[in-house]
Design a protein around this ligand. Structure first.
Ligand SMILES: Nc1ncnc2c1ncn2[C@@H]1O[C@H](COP(=O)(O)OP(=O)(O)OP(=O)(O)O)[C@@H](O)[C@H]1O
Ligand SMILES: Cc1ncc(C[n+]2csc(CCOP(=O)(O)O)c2C)c(N)n1
Ligand SMILES: [Mg+2]
Ligand SMILES: [Mg+2]
Ligand SMILES: [Mg+2]
Length: 347
């Protein structure tokens, strides 16, 4: 097996680069820095780090999936500003024994996700590391328009979402509780020991989120006052809009789009991202988390949540889930939720 140790740092970089560049990338990989066209003189920039064991597991996701996800979560941050992604910078660390094919499949996943929005990889950094670490930076162009920030929500605005909520968290629940593994099969053989047909879609959502990238331009055209992508949980992330806009947000539970119910007995024992449940059925099957709880607090689907002036006629792609009011904090049907979502130092 050829390893990245065999290729060497520069051999790997050579193999991983050299793809065609999209027109915004004036100078791509190879020099001290990339040069990206910024027709209006501003560049949107964002970065997210993914750590093995924390954001992904090598036995749960393929390298291609991990690459797609690493790119998607960064591209979603650019889109959440109302911007068009132009380029990615990729920081990659892995042990020298990592297979070269693994590293190059990761690279393919990143490039293919970027291609979905017409962006390409303009540069990066490659290092050895005791565990796989991926740091992606995404750059974007506002096309002359103001950014859609987290601070523009106003009392009276509608709160709406476009994209899925609670699907990736459902996949994570299945993997964490090896619900797919009771047959003894590996993760991909885990579909349906219970005749549960949704497992494959949930696993795919965890492994390879599909942010509805068109939401950015659409929200801008509709006059969104604030927007973000849901990475940590709808309530947690709307909390940022509430804090930065100086407003309160109330979510109407009945209006939240739900993922299909997971197999297992009803229960709300699991907090998404926790590898344990506080209640199990007699058969040892963990209680299935409540779909509403998953939708409200599960992250990683990278749906877009935005606020719009009252009376905005939203197309069917957006679901109104709540209202902005005077005050502070996020509530669900007027009540303060006990769990809002993922927090890296608490989850
Ligand atoms: N080490 C850091 N130095 C400077 N700014 C940081 C640092 N870490 C995070 N930030 C900033 O803090 C904010 C964190 O917000 P948030 O966690 O919602 O970001 P996000 O990238 O949209 O979400 P997520 O990280 O969950 O994908 C961002 O504006 C980010 O740029
Ligand atoms: C192996 C494994 N365990 C747990 C999780 C769940 N998880 C990790 S980070 C995060 C929030 C978003 O990340 P960030 O805020 O860093 O963008 C969530 C929900 C996972 N994906 N993989
Ligand atoms: Mg971040
Ligand atoms: Mg974000
Ligand atoms: Mg986060």
């Amino acid at each position: 097996m050829e390893s990245i140790g065999d290729l060497g740092e520069f051999g790997l970089i050579r193999r991983a680069t050299g793809r065609a560049l999209t027109p915004d990338v004036l100078l791509g990989p190879g020099d001290d820095a990339a040069v990206i066209a910024a027709p209006d003189g501003r560049v949107v920039a964002t970065t997210d780090v993914l750590i093995e064991g924390r954001h992904f597991r090598l036995d749960w996701s393929s390298p291609y999936d991990i690459g797609r996800k690493a790119a998607a979560q960064n591209l979603a941050d650019v889109v959440a500003m109302g911007a068009r992604p132009t380029a990615l910078l990729v920081g990659f660390g892995a042990p020298p024994t990592t297979s070269a094919e693994w590293a190059l499949r990761l690279n393919d996943g990143i490039a293919d996700e970027a291609a979905l929005v017409g962006a390409s990889v303009a540069g990066g950094d490659t290092v050895s590391s005791p565990t796989v670490t991926i740091a992606v930076t995404a750059l974007g162009d506002l096309g002359g328009a103001p950014p859609i920030t987290r601070s523009g929500a106003r009392p009276g605005d509608l709160v709406a979402v476009r994209g899925r909520l609670g699907w990736a968290a459902s996949g994570l629940h299945l993997l964490e509780h090896a619900l797919l593994g009771r047959s003894g099969a590996g993760p991909d053989g885990l579909d349906g020991p219970d005749g549960f047909g949704g497992a494959a879609a949930f696993l795919a959502a965890h492994r390879r989120p599909e942010p509805p990238y068109a939401a950015g331009a659409e929200a801008r055209a509709l006059g969104a006052t604030a927007m973000l992508d849901v990475s940590d949980g709808l309530l947690q992330d709307l909390g940022h809009i509430a804090d930065l806009s100086g407003v309160a947000i109330d979510i109407s539970a009945a209006s939240v789009p739900l993922p299909p119910r997971l197999p297992g007995e009803k229960g709300t024992a699991t907090r998404p991202g926790e590898g344990k449940t506080s209640s199990e059925s007699a058969a040892g099957v963990p209680a299935a988390p409540d779909p509403l709880q998953l939708a409200l607090t599960g992250g990683e689907d990278h749906a877009f949540a935005a606020t719009f002036p009252a009376g905005t006629a939203l197309p069917a792609t957006w679901t109104v889930v709540g209202r902005v009011a005077e005050g502070s904090g996020v509530t669900v049907d007027g009540a303060v939720p006990s769990v809002r979502g993922w927090d890296h130092f608490r989850s």
